[in-house]
Design a protein around this ligand. Structure first.
Ligand SMILES: C[S@@+](CC[C@H](N)C(=O)[O-])C[C@H]1O[C@@H](n2cnc3c(N)ncnc32)[C@H](O)[C@@H]1O
Length: 216
């Protein structure tokens, strides 16, 4: 019964969220048709949430770590200020052409910079200040990404991280968690202990941590 109600509530939630932009619906569909790992894509509800957050913040510059096929990058780019830009990093070069095609179809060639390579190498080479950083790549490096980007975010800027509930595993004893869940548990502990930020864990989809930097 709980499962039925929660599925009905998921449907209701999506139905009462603005419709997916046609370009995103096509990208969602093609990703699901072509990729066995399509579950990684943010999807309509989370994408709409990211888009809304971006519109509220009106960022000048965004960094995304983990492009995949470009869904969340296109969502986040919607709230950029005039002349603003979004850098997104993806290690899998096979994903580049699909992401680039949809960025182009969305009319965002001038705003979205696609970087191919390891985020660990690329982040230090980006000489920018980021009003939003969205961490959505390999879980074992979340803490490292957080440390690498922290000084690139101004006071008042945001660091957002996906999958912080890790399919509910974060509430299990750590010796029963997978390696990735342990990495996320450690990341969440680090966020909780960091007095330089305010943060809220939003239980949307797989959990989104939204942290606002309040001091250097
Ligand atoms: C969850 S997916 C990103 C989903 C995307 N943000 C979206 O919402 O549509 C994670 C991506 O991070 C990439 N990735 C993994 N390790 C990486 C690394 N070290 N540097 C850059 N990208 C990495 C993976 O190849 C994968 O495409």
């Amino acid at each position: 019964m709980r499962t039925l109600i929660s599925r009905q509530l998921d449907d209701y939630t999506e139905q009462h969220t603005s419709a997916e932009m046609p370009v995103l619906a096509r990208l969602n569909r093609e990703t699901n048709l072509k990729r066995g790992d399509a579950v990684m894509l943010s999807g309509h509800l989370q994408g709409s949430f990211l888009q809304m957050i971006s519109h509220m913040i009106q960022p000048r510059c965004i960094l995304e770590i983990g492009t995949f096929t470009g869904y969340s990058a296109i969502c986040l780019a919607q709230g950029l200020q005039e002349g603003g830009r979004l850098h997104t990093i993806e290690i899998d070069e096979e994903l580049h052409d699909m992401a680039a095609a949809y960025v182009s179809e969305a009319g965002l060639n001038e705003k979205i910079m696609l970087h191919t390579g390891s985020a660990i190498d690329i982040i230090p080479s980006l000489d920018e200040s980021f009003d939003i950083v969205f961490i959505d790549a390999d879980k074992s490096n979340y803490e490292r990404y957080y440390d690498l980007v922290f000084d690139k975010v101004p006071v008042g800027g945001y660091i957002i991280a996906d999958n912080v509930l890790y399919d509910g595993e974060v509430v299990l004893p750590e010796d029963q968690q997978t390696k990735n869940a342990r990495a996320i548990t450690s990341f969440n502990r680090k966020i909780k202990a960091d007095k330089r930020i305010e943060h809220v864990l939003v239980p949307l989809r797989d959990g989104i941590m939204v942290a606002r930097k309040i001091r250097d």
